[in-house]
Design a protein around this ligand. Sequence first.
Ligand SMILES: NC(=O)C1=CN([C@@H]2O[C@H](COP(=O)(O)OP(=O)(O)OC[C@H]3O[C@@H](n4cnc5c(N)ncnc54)[C@H](O)[C@@H]3O)[C@@H](O)[C@H]2O)C=CC1
Ligand SMILES: O=C(O)CCC(=O)C(=O)O
Length: 345
Amino acid sequence: MKLVMIELAIDFQSEPVRVVVTGAAGQIAYSLLYMVAKGDVFGPNQPVILHLLDIPPMMGVVQGVVMELSDCALPLLRGVVPTADPDVAFKDVDAAFLVGAMPRKEGMERKDLLAANVGIFKVQGQAIERNAKRTIKVLVVGNPANTNALVCSKYAPSIPKENFTAMTRLDQNRATAHIAERLNVSCADVSNVIIWGNHSSTQFPDVRHANATVNGAKVSVSEAIKDDEYLKTQFVEKIQKRGAAVIAARKLSSAMSAAKAASDHMKDWWQGSANWVSMGVISDGSYGVPADVVFSFPVICSDKKWTIVQGLEIDEYARGKLDITAKELIEEREEALAVCQDSNL
Ligand SMILES: NC(=O)C1=CN([C@@H]2O[C@H](COP(=O)(O)OP(=O)(O)OC[C@H]3O[C@@H](n4cnc5c(N)ncnc54)[C@H](O)[C@@H]3O)[C@@H](O)[C@H]2O)C=CC1
Ligand SMILES: O=C(O)CCC(=O)C(=O)O
């Protein structure tokens, strides 16, 4: 099928940002592209040019997505570049959503995807190094997201490591929504829920510093819930296993909620965050987390930069949880780097 490049003839004052979405034929991209193209992420006045990357056999499907984007008649969408060539996809891009990867099936752990997916992020890191703006902001969604982000950054050595992040916002959103439901308040009334560590079943969803507005008064979540044992056990397990629960129910992995989380993550990074948000970022050793892993920390974003929230108390219980998830990330890193070295990609 012949691919067409669409440059829509709309005149805007601001320069468009170039945004690549990989896995453009897949289910997360199908929701995410619409959110980006209608201004949810980069702002209601910021034109965008979308680069859509997928593999050659999926180009027919991508062409259908291009048609639908056009049919949405979105004023901010200045152009669409569908391609199966990473060098075209990453050319001069300002922001990247790295979604394209194999999703897990029922019964698998996310790290089981490592051997299949890590090569994709090596190749894309190399393409970023050759083509992207040095200021590119990269959000890795494809699993295992933290380790894929680390691999990607290692193969783009001239881009600052701070520009590579992994998505744990879906876990944050799940935890926030769960607390809000339990307290019968809106999600907007719950703040500062933290996800520490890996986007995996070792992650530590932590509400020890979270607040909720209940009946007009701001209180700590633990005060409002009044069941610390529940918050330390069932709640943690529920969030850790939520992805698997969705797969069991839908026979497909989370997509609409994953796209919303990707949109939230990039929006906060680009436009600034009102509260703490959780992002997988390169560890600088904060909270005793080993360096050279992409670890989810609470961060604040401003001026298109994230900063790890410092000074939070880590008690013995939290220390144990942080150490478990850090250990898993070190194991994943060693395995991933071995796969990259063995592969001729
Ligand atoms: N971090 C997180 O919170 C979440 C991560 N995920 C992960 O996101 C990934 C994508 O999920 P879905 O969209 O549901 O999968 P999907 O299977 O619907 O789509 C994946 C797309 O990626 C494409 N693809 C494969 N190799 C590629 C390559 N080298 N370059 C570009 N595109 C490539 C496929 O052809 C396919 O179109 C999976 O790894 C999934 O586990 C999903 C939900 C949440
Ligand atoms: O759990 C999975 O592997 C599916 C996608 C995902 O990462 C999630 O839903 O959290």
